[in-house]
Design a protein around this ligand. Sequence first.
Ligand SMILES: Nc1nc2c(ncn2[C@@H]2O[C@H](COP(=O)(O)OP(=O)(O)OP(=O)(O)O)[C@@H](O)[C@H]2O)c(=O)[nH]1
Ligand SMILES: [Mg+2]
Length: 255
Amino acid sequence: MIPRVYFVGTAGSGKSTLVNSLKVWMESMSYDAITVNLDPGAEFLPYTPDIDIRENVSLESVMQNYNLGPNGAQIVAADLMVQEAERIKELIDSYDSDYTLIDTPGQLELFAFRGSSTQLISTLGEENNAMVYLFDSVLTKNPESYVSSRFLAMSVLTRFYIPFLNVISKSDLLEPAEKDRINKWDRNKNELIADLKGESATLNVQLSEAIIGGTDSLNILGESVFTSSESEDGMEDIYSFLQKLFYGSDDLEKR
Ligand SMILES: Nc1nc2c(ncn2[C@@H]2O[C@H](COP(=O)(O)OP(=O)(O)OP(=O)(O)O)[C@@H](O)[C@H]2O)c(=O)[nH]1
Ligand SMILES: [Mg+2]
């Protein structure tokens, strides 16, 4: 079954842009992928999806048909998408591509915490899935926001039994020293706790330390790949992660 890669992250973290950048990079390398938009509320997409949920479920039509505001409509749309899952699966299966890149809705909590998305993923296929989890660089560069972002990611990842890759998006907005600090925190939780203690004005450092200590040995999150739509940074890293996962080798040529 053709691997499916879900791009998940907080609103505006760069999911749609990364789907586009990876697809463009793959095309330039003559690797093959199709794109699927599962965001019924997307008003603009930087790519033209091969398969688009908005053809059957769009936020605008749900708001009109059900007399709802945007948030209520997102919830109804998430549930309506499940009814579309079989059709989307058939469409995906009708392509003969190496990868399926799947863009997910901006409202992370809707995608992550409602049963509808697990149902959707399960209908599209239980096997050969991967998740690219995006951390917005702006929400990662100081120790407080790094910790909050990581806790949110952990909570999302407990919902899915899918291999994942951490991506720090928009890395062109980070100074080299900021990247080094993020790398340092990824590798050494004691350094993270020390920086938290030194710099955090608002976070409950004691609680954070307890959670970090309790989860460190599980190695839930680990290191990150930096990506940028301004350059091709990170595209090869994502691709070789996927190749290793699905084809057992980071040989870029191997299908
Ligand atoms: N500088 C910079 N900006 C980026 C990058 N990736 C995305 N952006 C910008 O971030 C904003 C949000 O990007 P999107 O790709 O729409 O993010 P998203 O996660 O799909 O957003 P939602 O689907 O609305 O949650 C846009 O203005 C993008 O141009 C990047 O690598 N570098
Ligand atoms: Mg998007």
